[in-house]
Design a protein around this ligand. Structure first.
Ligand code: PLP
Length: 376
């Protein structure tokens, strides 16, 4: 049996090797490394896939959130509400722009931002809300958008972990993750569901004005050539990465299906084990399983991780530390007891290997090793 990895990037590459090698060599031969035709082609393909008017490629998923916030023209001291249970990038850029991160608790089942908690956190200074579509399924966007609209607050969706997930509104309308709020952001970090072979990211919007603004911001704030209208950044997706992504995008739905198949295998096994909680499915969203994350009562996560490692089974703890306690983000502004769900999740979650190449034999070994640890 092949050695088990958290994410098997090489196995996925092998299946599309000829096409990818040729596309990469073609960029090298033409030397159009920056803003080559591949970037525009991938942009158009992704717009079509998502059903969104504008995709603006950029250098990574962290830049994407930063650029989105820069386009909203916020002032230092404005408040931005986001989740306590997420990757740091979401909160970091808020601080970088001298905005105030207002961290709120999450839903115990889906791990996504709690709508009730957002409601309580809104003040006259709230100028943006960033729901994170965590682990592969959409936050509950319909009530979030309703609340945001009532208070005239733009929503920026961090969809770095949920590209391709689809949300269904109560009237039956469907929309892809990242295409519901004012702006959506994503990452093409290699281990993300649509990963390139380096860094990459993108911003989505249906708003023509925001799109024009963000296209200027990613390019040093330039308007007319060599006339700079605002402070911008240099954030580009390079042509080699775009060429690879263009090929992988064609397989994205198939990749999501493979991940769901692995998740179903895990579910069938773990649902029978007392004290083990399989990932809950959000009622309005499909799941693309960026992570398969169990909650286990009374677990010692790091001991379990160590045990599994010895059996050749990698596991990760996403996330071990709540954002509201992190030194960088002003923990003195928060009361620990206001975050009961995240505090509990950080002590009970463990993520198992999840990628497109898992075999039944590998899945069985992972399942049995977890059970062995829990019943030893
Ligand atoms: C990965 C990730 C990011 C950052 O993406 P990079 O491309 O690594 O900058 C932002 N938010 C979330 C939720 C992520 O998982």
């Amino acid at each position: 049996m092949k050695h088990i990895q958290m994410v098997d990037l090489n196995g996925q590459y092998e299946a599309i090797k000829n096409e990818v090698d040729q596309a990469v060599l073609n960029v090298i031969k033409t030397s159009a490394f920056i803003n080559g035709p591949e970037v525009k082609e991938f942009q158009a393909d992704l717009e079509k896939y998502l059903g969104v008017k504008h995709v603006i490629p950029c250098a990574n998923g962290t830049d994407a959130i930063q650029i989105a916030l820069m386009a909203l023209d916020l002032k230092p001291g404005d408040e931005v509400i986001t989740s306590d249970f997420t990757f740091a990038a979401t909160v970091e850029v808020v601080g970088l722009l001298q905005l105030v991160p207002v961290i709120v608790d999450v839903d115990p089942d889906t791990f996504n931002i709690s709508v009730e908690a957002i409601k309580k956190a809104i003040t006259p200074k709230t100028k943006a809300i960033i729901p994170v579509h965590l682990f592969g399924q959409c936050a509950d966007m319909e009530p979030i958008l309703k609340l945001a609209k009532e208070h005239n607050i733009p929503v920026v969706e961090d969809t770095a972990q949920a590209i391709g997930a689809e949300y269904t509104f109560s009237d039956g309308t469907k929309a892809k993750a990242g295409c519901m709020g004012a702006i959506g952001t994503t990452s093409f970090f290699p281990s993300k569901n649509l990963g390139c072979y380096g860094d990459g990211g993108a911003i989505y919007t249906n708003d023509d004005n925001l799109a024009a603004l963000m296209r200027s911001i990613v390019n040093h704030g330039m308007g007319q050539r060599y006339y700079y209208e605002r402070i911008g950044v240099n954030s580009r997706l390079d042509s080699i990465q775009a060429a690879i992504l263009k090929i992988k995008l064609k397989h994205l739905d198939q990749y999501a299906a493979s991940r769901n198949k692995a998740a179903a295998h895990y579910d069938n096994f773990f649902k029978q084990i007392p004290g083990v909680h399989i990932p809950a499915r959000a009622k309005n969203s499909t799941h693309v399983f960026h992570q398969y994350t169990l909650k286990i009562d009374g677990i010692n996560q790091f001991e379990m991780q160590e045990y599994l490692q010895q059996k050749g089974v990698p596991a990760m703890i996403y996330y071990p530390v709540p954002i509201h306690t992190q030194k960088a983000y002003g923990p003195e502004r928060f009361r620990h007891e206001d975050f009961p769900v995240t505090n509990h999740l950080c002590k009970t979650v463990i993520s198992l290997p999840m990628h497109t190449e898992l075999t039944n034999e590998q899945l069985d070994l992972i399942c049995f090793s977890v059970k062995e640890y829990l019943t030893k």
